[in-house]
Design a protein around this ligand. Structure first.
Ligand code: TNX
Length: 514
């Protein structure tokens, strides 16, 4: 009888049809345009079908959507292309030729009859799917079936990114992280419509990518990390797996080989690259600026060309990051010549060069990108490089550095660029941040996570969440949507999602977690 009463109650609840628990505007990053239609909520039925344009990349997005929704709903959610029989209802993913949507935009319509996402590209459909995912109740993130009403709020969203470059950086050199950890970080990026993963692959404490022509980089240079742990490196197959997993989530990997400084691990493996031709001891501390490959030796340029050549062949994306930061022991003119020669090597490989903003004084080369990590908002040298043609990715140390502590009592992290709570991560404008850098020179934003003090995936997640969504919103959402109170309220809705997905996060006191 108890069971019957329960069933009756459930039926009564369905008849009363409460509104969908999530509001259409509760999305992070904030969409460009939201038009709620409270009369048009949609209840996903058990037999819903996902119908997709007959295109392999679009169908892949349809399969990924099904894989996101199946565990919690327990529904079969078959994926078919639109050429097949056309059931009503369900979720449709359509490639359209609506030029307004650009390379990554989408339109999402929820009506009482079903859901439709339209985009010009599979990337646009993918971003639309991330929005749809956030419109379901938080328990959609559960890995096991949950008895919930899978109701979606009615209405329409039109959405496009503000900037083409929306990234995060993971330092796998100070501490090494497994392929599985990196894939999980890619999942976090994709949730918030970030499209670049910058991997800081080399530093004083370890070299993390196998290079066939210089094998000791991995076998010797990788065997250390901060604090004396065992280190590690990615094989070519590992690296390819990361690139492919990212590409399937519409994220491009930007690999960094830090040159000419931050190279102690390479010198341990190949003393012939050291200015005094002597191998230094492996380094497990956290100082910077003491090491460099010899800019006066031709062997150094063989090394640079071989390493960047192998990496260019391995990596799918258009960019190679050459580091360039904190080469304190290399005189300015020698440094500039080294960077110029390295830039030419990258150009010769058909890739676009990215470097930390210290490379600014070097001559311009086509398409070159500077990554700003200063804390002042005013740097005439960077502004001058922009006048000579460079574009800029903004990673201001005092807003976007995910290795800064949230508060004085944060157990891990640094504070040299200040404390960065969620509001500080959110309250700045990439378009006007740097004096003398016009809006159209800004490619986008990136949040770096340096890992001197970060040793586990849970610690990565603790530093990323909830600040990564703040940086993501700066990169994606039109400035007109920028509003701290709106952001922290929308962000609060993600706590239960992360909890349901088993993701660690910092319960920042300025966010009204329920
Ligand atoms: C500066 S940011 C560095 C890194 C450190 C970081 C720690 C940059 C380009 N260089 O080598 O890990 O500070 O916050």
């Amino acid at each position: 009888a108890g069971e019957l009463a329960g069933a009756a109650e459930r039926e009564a609840a369905a008849w009363l049809a409460p509104p969908a628990p999530v509001r259409l505007a509760d999305v992070v990053p904030a969409p460009e345009r939201v038009e709620p239609d409270p009369g048009a909520d949609y209840l996903l039925p058990t037999d819903a079908v996902i119908r997709v344009s007959a295109d392999p990349d679009a169908l892949a997005v349809g399969e990924q959507l099904a894989a996101l929704l199946r565990p919690a709903t327990g529904y079969p959610l078959p994926v078919t292309d639109t050429a097949g029989p056309t059931p009503t209802g369900g979720i449709a993913l359509h490639l359209t030729d609506d030029a307004d949507l650009g390379a990554e935009g989408y339109r999402l319509d929820v009506s009482a009859d079903g859901v439709r996402i339209g985009a010009r590209t599979a990337a646009g459909l993918w971003h639309g799917v991330q929005t749809l995912r956030q419109l379901f109740p938080p328990s959609i993130e559960s890995a096991t079936p949950v008895g919930a009403r899978w109701a979606l709020p009615g209405g329409s969203i039109l959405d496009r990114p503000r900037y083409p470059h929306r990234g995060a950086m993971l330092d796998v050199a100070r501490h090494f992280f497994t392929v599985a950890d990196v894939l999980r970080v890619i999942d976090h990026l994709a949730r918030y419509k970030l499209n670049r993963l910058h991997l800081h692959l080399t530093d004083d404490q370890g070299w993390r990518i196998a290079i066939d022509s210089w094998p000791r980089l991995a076998t010797v240079g990788a065997a250390s990390e901060v604090g004396g742990g065992p280190g590690g490196y990615y094989t070519r197959a590992d690296y390819r797996r990361i690139v492919a997993y990212a590409a399937a989530r519409h994220v491009t990997v930007v690999p960094e080989i830090d040159l000419p400084g931050h190279t102690n691990a390479a010198l341990v493996a190949y003393p012939e690259l050291a200015p005094d031709r002597t191998a230094p001891p492996p380094y497990t501390g956290t100082e910077v600026g003491f090491s460099y490959v010899d800019p006066a030796s031709e062997r150094t340029y063989d090394f640079v060309a071989d390493v960047l050549g192998e990496l260019a062949a391995l990596t799918g994306g258009q960019w190679l990051h050459i580091g360039g930061d904190e080469a304190f022991k290399v005189p300015a003119d020698v440094y500039a010549r080294f960077v110029e020669r390295t830039q030419r090597i990258v150009a010769g490989l058909g890739k676009t060069v990215v470097g930390w903003h210290q490379i600014a004084p070097a001559a311009h080369t086509d398409g070159r990108v500077l990554q700003w990590w200063g804390t002042s908002g005013d740097d005439p040298v960077t502004a001058d490089a922009v006048r000579r043609g460079a574009s800029v990715i903004l990673s201001p140390g005092n807003h976007a550095y995910l290795d800064m502590k949230y508060a004085p009592d944060t157990p891990i992290g640094h504070d040299w660029a200040g404390l960065i709570d969620v509001r500080r991560a959110y309250d700045w404008d990439p378009a006007t941040h740097l004096t003398g850098v016009p809006t159209d020179a800004v490619l986008g934003v990136e949040a770096p996570l340096w890992t001197e003090s970060v040793t586990t995936l849970a610690e990565i997640e603790f530093m990323l969440l909830p600040r990564l969504p703040a940086i993501a919103e700066l990169g994606w959402s039109p400035r007109s949507t920028h509003d701290w109170d709106s952001f922290r309220r929308r962000l609060a809705g993600h706590g239960p999602r992360w909890t349901a997905a088993g993701i660690a996060f910092h319960h920042a006191p300025e966010v009204p977690w329920s």
